[in-house]
Write a protein that binds this ligand. Structure first.
Ligand code: PBG
Length: 324
């Protein structure tokens, strides 16, 4: 055969493949989610998120050391309060679960970047992400609370706040309260295109945050839309977001690519609980090779345009990348 073009020439061996490799996974890309609970002496595996745990604050030391030794540079905190009310007041208490966890993590390792999720659903007795008025989440009233939560996290020492509530105008509300209080260096990572997704199921079991009634479709986005994702991202950038996010990741790789192509912004993706649980369950059955699948999946998110990946696989992936 007289073939001029033989793409296989560049796939002959690992060295040559390495030369033309376009996308590289790096432990520096990862943010690892941590769930903190009230109480003492607690390190309990989360049933719906195997190999992830609920930690009481006194049990964080070994976990933070392990994360640090693996080379992971950032965590995102989720708190499970033991008291809930209609205003989610534990979420902005200076002595709340997340505020104390931030201080403890910073005491253990000042260098570890601490990101906090800003939302009310774990803290409200009705489980919605804001203040309810006649059964509907009141946008503008909720903004005041989100701003208070962000401020209390910044005061406790958070490096970055990540609003995941999907209210309109929240980035501006948070940016202005942070700036007014001298926290100009605290960055905002906006969950800009957050879809009303069934892939959050295992997280809601882990965080005890499922809505008591109804769903989140009046604030989270319709999975059918991607032009709308671009509008959401644009608004968040205009309001002062430092990093924008697409969530979930795996079923939304097309949205990730569109956002990356259109906006010259650092882009995070959230590899959510349902995506994690599916792989874990299939791996436990022996149906898939977990390591290869996880690394391929994380690579696909970067290839689609992600700079940052929030993932429950972070510790495993960090270990595997070290071994390679
Ligand atoms: C809080 C929040 C959720 C997730 C992150 N922050 C749940 C939700 O919106 O219902 C989901 C994360 C995951 O599934 O891993 N609003």
């Amino acid at each position: 055969m007289n073939l001029l073009n033989r793409p296989r020439r560049l796939r002959r061996n690992a060295a040559i493949r390495g030369l033309i490799q376009e996308t590289v996974l790096n432990v520096k890309d990862f943010i690892y989610p941590l769930f903190v609970v009230e109480g003492e002496g607690i390190k309990e595996e989360i049933e719906s998120l195997s190999n992830n745990y609920h930690f009481s604050i006194d049990m964080l030391k070994d976990e933070i050391d392990e994360i640090t030794n693996l080379g992971i540079k950032a965590v995102i905190l989720f708190g499970l309060p033991d008291k809930k009310d209609s205003y989610g007041s534990e979420a902005y208490s200076d002595d709340g679960i997340v505020q104390r966890a931030i201080r403890e993590i910073k005491r253990i390792n000042e260098e570890l970047l601490v990101v906090t999720d800003i939302c009310m659903c774990q803290y409200t007795d009705h489980g919605h992400c804001g203040i309810l008025k006649d059964g509907y989440v009141d946008n503008d009233e909720t903004l005041k609370y989100l701003a208070k939560i962000a401020l209390s996290h910044a005061k406790a020492g958070a490096d970055m706040v990540a609003p995941s509530d999907m209210m309109d105008g929240r980035i501006a509300a948070i940016r202005s309260i942070l700036d007014e209080n001298g926290f100009t260096e605290v960055s905002v990572m906006a969950y800009s295109a957050k879809y009303a997704s069934a892939f959050y199921g295992p997280f809601r079991a882990a965080a005890n945050s499922a809505p008591e009634c109804g769903d989140r479709k009046s604030y989270q986005m319709d999975p059918a839309n991607s032009d709308e994702a671009l509008r959401e991202v644009e608004l968040d950038i205009k309001e002062g977001a430092d990093i924008v996010m697409v969530k979930p990741a795996l079923s939304y790789l097309d949205v990730i690519r569109r956002v990356k192509d259109k906006f010259n912004m650092p882009l995070a993706v959230y590899n959510v609980s349902g995506e994690y649980a599916m792989i874990k369950a299939a791996a436990e059955k022996g149906w898939i090779d977990e390591k290869s699948i996880v690394l391929e999946k994380l690579l696909s998110m970067k290839r689609a345009g992600a700079d940052i990946i929030i993932t429950y696989h972070a510790k495993d992936a960090a270990q595997w990348l070290k071994e390679e």
